[in-house]
Design a protein around this ligand. Structure first.
Ligand code: ACO
Length: 430
């Protein structure tokens, strides 16, 4: 197999090296292209562009494979926890018992926010979207730690900042919900583990603690774990982009939250429930909606379907569909939206439009139904995704910071605007 590619431009042949990853995926390395030829590559939406080499997560979209540090997602979903998986993603190996204890203890130690941050929360009007509060407050939290403002000091305390961010994103997320609903903020409890503690901060009241059901905590922990990383998606690439300028960890991850918010990315879980509710309200069994989703002029899409990378079943969707059935039956919940979702899935998987385009349900198709069943408000769905994705963002941030050769990310463009023209005084303009 050749490890060179030949490119002919203006009658001249240039040789470009190729690079092969550990799973045999191959790339033409165009790093020297512009310097040698004055050409750049153009790849709208980056569908064919490898922006980095990475050791964190492997996806084979055609085969429906997802592995964190080489371990299949199915094994982690069955045997691991979110916090253990977070360690795996960030540090590269499963933790030993003492390593896991130390990581969990540091997370617990940093779960309280600086008291003055409460005033920042109070500045947001009731009804603010919790994703807006989350991204602002993650960035604001960095102002309460001088080390984060100063990169070289931050580097020395990196492990503490990692645990602190994983811990604080959960506290900020819970507070963002309480603030947007005008509810009193609940402090975290030292005695609770990561996910039960989040449920406590979300739902307890000053006069009554939430009774935490183990099946609810388990289902939410699984949702966090399944979202923990997904290689170079829109939000992770954003984190890497910001990190490449050597911005601090919190600033970089807060940018990731903003990128995640949109309905084509993390916002899809909220959009799925809104779509199912609309179908239910209109008395449709899904068939009218499927017709609309196939009609490009309708402005509708089957939310929770399709993926840039998976052209086969999203392995996370299979796991989450089963978890969805389990949790609804354990909680004895009958949700008509689940029936609609199953009918939509069944119809779409038989429909030539979806089959030909290889559109399958993605992780968001069923995660919203679980979150609804366990009482999470719909506007918090993407926030839950952000808590889950934090270890992946951190792992990618760490990779950039540890790579001695990382250059600031700075793509180029092909300019198609007006060529040189001149300033016209206001009175002479038509
Ligand atoms: N419903 C109807 N048609 C769709 C859908 C959908 N959900 N998804 C893609 N298509 C169609 C497109 O219109 C296009 O049709 P065409 O070839 O006739 O023009 C074809 O399938 C290919 O789609 P693209 O938009 O080119 O696929 P792309 O890789 O750019 O987008 C995306 C992927 C954004 C996920 C898209 O499938 C989508 O919008 N899905 C719905 C939103 C969603 O569920 N997002 C969550 C993604 S997973 C995540 O972030 C966790």
């Amino acid at each position: 197999m050749s490890n060179e590619a030949k490119l002919e431009l203006d009658g001249k042949v240039f040789t470009l090296p190729t690079i092969t990853g550990s799973e045999q995926e191959r790339a033409v390395d165009v790093s020297s292209l512009r310097a040698n030829t004055n050409f750049i590559t153009l790849d709208d939406g980056y569908g064919n562009t490898g922006s980095c080499v990475s050791k964190v997560t492997f996806i084979d979209g055609d085969k429906g494979i997802l592995r964190y540090r080489g371990i299949p997602i199915e094994e982690l979903a069955e045997k691991s926890s979110f916090i253990e998986t977070a360690y795996l993603l960030i540090y590269g190996t499963l933790p030993t018992r003492p390593q896991l204890k130390q990581f969990s203890d540091t997370i617990a130690e940093h779960q309280f926010l600086h008291e003055d941050m409460k005033y920042h929360f109070q500045g947001f009007p009731a009804g603010s979207h919790p994703m807006a509060i989350l991204s602002s407050m993650i960035n604001a939290a960095s102002c309460f730690d001088e080390g984060l403002m100063n990169w070289h000091e931050g580097k020395a305390r990196f492990d503490t900042y990692v645990a602190k961010l994983i811990s604080q994103v959960r506290t900020i997320a819970a507070y963002s919900h309480r603030q947007s609903k005008g509810l009193p903020l609940m402090y975290p409890k030292q005695s609770l583990k990561y996910t039960p503690n989040f449920l406590h901060m979300l739902f307890s009241m000053p006069y009554e603690d939430l009774e935490i059901k183990p099946e609810v905590a388990k289902a939410l922990d699984l949702i966090f774990l399944l979202h923990a990383d997904h290689e170079q998606n829109c939000s992770t690439s954003t984190v890497r982009m910001v990190a490449s300028s050597q911005a601090n960890l919190y600033a970089s991850c807060s940018a990731g939250v903003c990128a995640l918010w949109g309905p084509l990315h993390g916002g899809a879980n909220q959009a799925v429930i809104e779509m199912l509710e609309q179908i239910h309200r209109e008395g449709d069994d899904g068939s009218k909606f499927i017709l609309a989703a196939k009609d490009k002029t309708s402005g509708k899409k089957l939310m929770g379907f399709g993926h840039r990378v998976y052209k086969n079943h999203d392995p996370r969707a299979k796991i989450i569909k089963k978890a969805c059935d389990d949790v609804l039956s354990k909680l004895n919940i009958n949700d008509p939206l689940l029936d609609i979702a199953k009918k939509l899935e069944e119809a779409a998987l038989k429909d030539s439009y979806f089959v030909e385009r290889k559109l399958y349900p993605n992780v968001d198709f069923y995660s919203g139904i679980i979150m609804r069943a366990i009482g999470i408000p719909v506007e918090m769905f993407t926030v839950i995704f952000a808590i889950g994705r934090m270890p992946g963002w951190i792992a990618n941030y760490k990779e950039i910071m540890e790579e001695p050769k990382t250059r600031i990310y700075r793509p180029r463009q092909i300019y198609t605007g007006r060529t040189e023209n001149h300033y016209v005084p206001l009175d002479e303009r038509k």
